[in-house]
Design a protein around this ligand. Sequence first.
Ligand code: NDP
Length: 338
Amino acid sequence: ILKKYVDGIPTETDLVVKLGETIELKAPKGSSCFLVKNLYLSCDPYMRGRMRDFHGSYLPPFVPGQRIEGFGLARVIDSDDANYKSGDIISGITGWEEYSLLRSSNELQLRKIQLDDGIPLSYHLGLFGMAGFTAYAGFYEICSPKKGESVLVSAASGAVGQLVGQLAKLHGCYVVGSAGSEQKVDLLKDKLGFDEAFNYKEQTDLDAALKRYFPEGINIYFDNVGGSMLDAALLNMKVRGRIALCGMVSLQSLSSSSQGINNLYNAIPKRVRLEGFLQSDYLHIFPQFLEHVKGYYKEGKIVYIEDMCEGLELAPAALVGLFSGKNIGKQVVCVAKE
Ligand code: NDP
């Protein structure tokens, strides 16, 4: 439950977990609802935007005093909707609670999950869920990659970034990732197959760092953070480079609206294309994404790192940890295993 709207970087105490309410585990007759038991919840940076009193975004703010919601994986346990039956596993927007009563609508992005041997169920929230799909849609639809091109990915060890980097490598690109700790840098190079990686927190001059890793410039920047990394990338783009504006996690907790961007002019002489996107605009290619990425996964060509915390009571810490980089890989909360 969100206590009140948040200013600055959110803390665990901005959310409260209330335990012990008893409910009847039934979907009321005639309600067209179905009741689910929530199994896994996804922690996503966009949820920070819903913790402030701002109505101009693509999603409305959470309501203080009410339980929050987000992407989750759940098992249907009772249903008054002919499309969902007891035992189905679904993904979509669900409540941050043990059980949720849902009514089907487009906004919930509901999807039935086909269980697949060898794929951990929780991966349907990360690699085969919204985060993985964001990487896929952003890389192929926005970045227009070509073999041999140079690619920079920020927040590279996170839920989205780790897949962008691996897809870029499979496409024959040279890939460099930035991340916020030595442990993450090692993961990028040793486990995720990035050509190079660096800890952005250790750089006094990001422009100089990018010039070291990209002496001939950057073709593609997949931007998960905005702010000073975007500004430095703008100084290092090649002619006709592409910047996919995926997210700006570095700005999400700032109260000022300043973007910290001084180098946008460079996009003109270099004819750089900057394009923001929302994964939800590309859902028509979701089946193609699943087939493509499941194939890579089953062939052992990609791996995925998850950061799993056990228990709803740890969910507030897991969510706010995204904004200080505590998560290593896709942050998921396990509410119940089955
Ligand atoms: P991550 O798993 O990457 O977690 C967030 C990471 O952001 C942290 O681990 C941390 O990594 C980094 N971070 C936190 N604060 C800062 C900061 N001040 N400056 C720089 N980095 C910071 O999250 P996701 O992969 O789920 O999301 C990545 C981005 O993609 C986000 O911006 C998100 O909003 C966006 N997104 C966009 C979608 C779309 O449709 N456009 C859909 C889904 C996600 P580190 O330790 O490396 O700093």
